[in-house]
Design a protein around this ligand. Structure first.
Ligand SMILES: [Zn+2]
Length: 237
């Protein structure tokens, strides 16, 4: 066997495998060696700096008994924005071309960091999509370790609420109070003003309307693995 031919064939196989799978096989993807630069520079701050606007819950429930009562009123008459399923926020809808560089609860990380398989800043400016239908409850550049950050409240078919958070954006395309549909472009992937290689920090929270927090915690209480949650809540039709 000609070794050059074997090498060529191996490279050919690797480069033609489905990138849909890469999101779930991040360790394999990383070991190819062309993605070296990332981990040490992704979210390298020990905790995100708390900034003005980061310490308050996004929804002011003054005059309401609780946040669910308030949200039920918001969604009343807007049933078309109920979340009937969840997609990936990049490489729509299956995360094609992306992998998770830093996983949920890795070093206390409260989200998944989505990065292009091409590494570096190759995904800078690429679209970020709403993972499910819902209403925008936060849309601000708060600087610090967060940068431009978006939060969406999702009302599920079983009347529970789930919240998604997208951070380090280069650009934000949505406003507070705006309804969005699953797959709508809400912004673009950024670097939190040059602090990291471009990537998307995505959190999914089952405890809603918490303050922004610090991005890292010893306890995952109120937070779930975004990749697992999305995989377990794909649209049925
Ligand atoms: Zn992150």
């Amino acid at each position: 066997m000609n070794w050059y031919l074997l090498l060529f064939f191996s490279v050919f196989c690797i480069s033609t495998q489905s990138t849909d799978e890469l999101i779930y096989e991040s360790n394999e993807a990383i070991s190819f060696g062309k993605l070296n630069e990332r981990l040490s520079r992704l979210d390298s701050l020990p905790t995100y700096i708390q900034n003005e606007g980061a310490t308050e819950p996004p929804i002011d429930i003054t005059g309401h008994n609780n946040v669910v009562e308030y949200l039920d009123q918001i969604f009343d008459g807007n049933y078309q924005y109920t979340a009937a399923g969840y997609d990936f926020p990049v490489g729509k809808p299956n995360g094609r071309g992306y992998y998770v560089a830093q996983k949920f609860m890795q070093s206390g990380h409260l989200g998944d960091d989505f990065n292009s398989v091409k590494g570096g800043n190759s995904d800078l400016g690429h679209p970020i999509y709403a993972i499910a239908s819902g209403v925008i409850v936060f849309s601000k550049d708060i600087g610090g370790g967060w940068g431009k950050t978006i939060r969406i409240m999702h009302k599920n078919l079983d009347d529970t609420y789930t919240e998604s958070l997208y951070s380090h954006c280069d650009q934000i395309d949505v406003k507070y109070g705006q309804f969005v549909k699953k797959g709508d472009k809400i912004g673009t992937i950024g670097t939190a003003n040059g602090q990291y290689f471009a990537h998307l920090h995505l959190e999914i929270r089952t405890e809603i309307n918490l303050p922004l927090g610090r991005g890292y915690s010893k306890s995952p209480d109120g937070f779930v693995s975004p990749t697992l949650y999305i995989r377990n809540h794909r649209p049925r039709w």
